[in-house]
Design a protein around this ligand. Structure first.
Ligand SMILES: Cc1cc2nc3c(=O)[nH]c(=O)nc-3n(C[C@H](O)[C@H](O)[C@H](O)COP(=O)(O)O)c2cc1C
Length: 297
C-alpha cells in the first residue's frame, strides 16, 4: 500500500491518521490495518502520492457533470456561491413532464456518497424510482398504506385500543394528518392529482444499515448533498416525509422496494425539472445560538 521508493518519510500520513495505523519503523512507513477504517486521509495528504487505498475507486466517475475534485482547497472557493446555492434550494412541488436521465440520477447518488459517515462506514443505500409510471406505482403502494391507516384512525374501537396499547400516536395522526391524507387520496382517485410526489418523474430513497454506527446521520447527510447538487444541476427536489413514514411502517412496502432486514429508510426525495422558478431565497427565522460559559472571561 505504501510505495517505499516514492515515500519521502515526511510523516504527514502518520500525523493525520485517526487510528495511529501508520508508523515509521527502520525508516519505512509501516501500516497496521487492524484499526484502519479506510478514511484515505493518509493518501490525501501524501505529497509524493506514495499511498494507495485498496479497492476504493479513485474518482466519483460522474457522467453528467465534470468531476473537479481536488481543485478547491479550504478557504479557496467562492463561499458566496455555496451559501447562495444553499439559500436558493427550495422544495419544488411543480414539475415539468420531462424524465430525469438515468445518468443524472446515478450521479446524484454518487454525489450523495461524498458525505461524511460515522467511522467511515458508508452504510447508506439508494433506491432509484425513475419515470412517472414507476413513481405512480410507488405512490399507489404508499396510498394503500394511508388508506388502511385512515380506516384505523376513523374506527372508534380500533382508535381506542391503539390509544390504550400504543400511546396517542394514532390520535395525533387523526388530529393532524387524517383529513389532509383523505383529501389527497380522493384527489388521486378522482382526477389523478399527485399530492404525494407532486407529479415528480423520479424519486430517490436513501436508506441506512442498522448495523452502521450512525445510519440516520449518514443517510441524511448524503440526502442534503443530493438536494444541493440537484439544485446545482437544474433539478427541483422535495423531501417526502409521508412516503418515509409509510415505508418505515410497512414491511410489504419494504419488500416491494427490495429493502433488506438490516435496512431502514431515512429519506425520500422527489426529483424533476422544475415548472416553477423561485426568484428569491428562503427566509429563515433568526436563530440565537447559545454559548458555553465554562470559563469566565
Ligand atoms: C423531514 C422532512 C419531511 C418533509 N416532508 C414533506 C412532504 O411529505 N411533502 C412535502 O410537500 N414537503 C415535505 N417537506 C418539505 C418541507 O415542507 C420544506 O422543506 C419546508 O417547508 C421549507 O421549505 P423549503 O424546503 O422550500 O426551504 C419535508 C421536509 C423535511 C425536512
Amino acid at each position: 500500500m505504501v510505495d517505499q521508493k516514492a515515500c519521502t518519510r515526511c510523516r504527514e500520513c502518520i500525523r493525520v491518521c485517526p487510528h495511529n495505523s501508520l508508523s515509521l519503523v527502520e525508516n519505512r512507513i509501516c501500516f497496521d490495518d487492524s484499526a484502519c477504517f479506510s478514511c484515505g486521509h493518509c493518501r490525501a495528504v501524501c505529497p509524493a502520492d506514495a499511498i494507495g487505498i485498496g479497492a476504493v475507486p479513485e474518482a466519483l466517475e460522474l457522467v453528467s457533470v465534470a468531476d473537479a475534485a481536488g481543485s478547491w482547497w479550504q478557504g479557496e472557493m467562492a463561499i458566496q456561491e455555496l451559501v447562495a446555492l444553499m439559500r436558493m434550494r427550495r422544495s419544488c412541488r411543480n414539475y415539468l413532464d420531462r424524465d430525469v436521465p438515468d445518468a443524472v440520477l446515478t450521479d446524484l447518488v454518487k454525489i450523495g456518497t461524498t458525505a461524511p459517515s460515522g467511522t467511515n462506514s458508508q452504510g447508506w443505500g439508494f433506491i432509484i424510482t425513475s419515470g412517472r409510471k414507476e413513481v405512480e406505482f410507488l405512490g399507489a403502494l404508499v396510498g394503500e398504506f394511508y388508506r388502511r391507516l385512515n380506516k384505523k384512525a376513523k374506527n372508534p374501537l380500533l382508535y381506542l385500543a391503539a390509544k390504550i396499547f400504543a400511546g396517542d400516536a394514532l390520535g395525533r395522526y387523526r388530529r393532524n394528518y387524517c383529513q389532509q391524507v383523505s383529501e389527497a387520496l380522493t384527489a388521486w382517485e378522482t382526477h389523478r392529482e399527485d399530492r404525494l410526489f407532486h407529479g415528480a418523474p423520479a424519486v430517490l430513497l436513501i436508506t441506512g444499515k442498522n448495523s452502521a454506527s450512525c445510519p440516520g446521520e449518514d443517510a441524511l447527510l448524503a440526502t442534503q448533498n443530493i438536494l444541493l447538487a440537484a439544485h446545482g444541476m437544474g433539478l427541483g427536489s422535495c423531501l417526502i416525509g409521508f412516503a418515509v413514514e409509510a415505508i418505515r411502517r410497512d414491511r410489504g412496502l419494504q419488500r416491494a422496494l427490495g429493502m433488506v432486514d438490516d435496512e431502514k429508510l431515512y429519506a425520500a426525495i422527489a426529483l424533476g425539472y422544475p415548472a416553477v422558478k423561485f426568484l428569491r431565497p428562503a427566509n429563515r427565522r433568526r436563530v440565537l445560538p447559545r454559548r458555553t460559559r465554562f470559563f469566565r472571561k
